[in-house]
Design a protein around this ligand. Structure first.
Ligand code: MN
Length: 211
């Protein structure tokens, strides 16, 4: 068995003019594809991974056979993070969440505006490559987390609800080194309906590892 590069939920020009086609083509077709390829190479012939979703695998890093562990954290994390990232963007999106997640954000961060400000500030504090996430822990509390490289909050047993890619490959073609401009643009692509769905879901790995 092998992990598969999921198709984008829109054509490669589907996020234009905000996220340009050239960047999206390379980002999905080269970068994400490479994570999947390297992940599959690392686990080839290893029965441990048979029938396991990448989320299940990342929820228990200790259980990963040692020879494959680092490659799976990097490339499996890259696969999981990007797979989620594509589904949380769309054309004509942005705005604010309106359901249970919207309420939870107001409860935790006082207002959507405060949440957005805090999340944006954290993206500027990410040193090097990584992602800023909105996550929900096992007690239901929301967190804004910076994780380096392709580390996944699933390995902290937190459910990712939103994420922004802060690797240079996400923005360098169009915005060069101007990460804040990319992040400001990204807010206008966020699909809050999808984030609301994730908030309402109880994935098996999240339930199984509950304290
Ligand atoms: Mn990326």
């Amino acid at each position: 068995m092998a992990y598969v590069l999921p198709p984008l939920p829109y054509p490669t020009d589907g996020l234009e003019p905000l996220y340009d086609q050239a960047t999206l083509e390379t980002h999905h077709g080269k970068h994400h594809a490479a994570y999947v390829e390297k992940l599959n190479a690392a686990i080839a012939g290893n029965a441990y991974f048979a029938g396991k979703s990448i989320e299940e695998v990342l929820a228990d890093l200790e259980a990963i056979p040692q020879g494959a562990r680092r490659a799976v954290i990097n490339n499996g994390g890259g696969h999981a993070n990007h797979s989620l990232f594509w589904t949380l963007m769309g054309k004509g999106k942005g705005g604010e969440p309106k359901g249970g997640l919207g309420d939870a954000i107001v409860k935790e961060f006082k207002s959507f505006a405060e949440f957005k400000k805090k999340f944006t500030t954290q993206t500027t504090e990410m040193f090097g490559s990584g992602w800023t996430f909105l996550t929900q822990d096992q007690e239901g509390k929301l967190h804004i987390r910076n994780l380096a490289n392709q580390d996944s909050p699933i390995s902290l047993l937190e459910k990712p609800l939103l994420l922004v890619d802060l690797w240079e490959h996400a923005h360098y073609l169009k915005w060069r080194n101007k990460r804040p401009e990319w992040v400001e643009t990204w807010w206008n692509l966020v699909d809050w309906d999808k984030a609301e769905e994730l908030f309402a879901e109880e994935p098996a790995w999240f339930v199984e590892h509950a304290a």
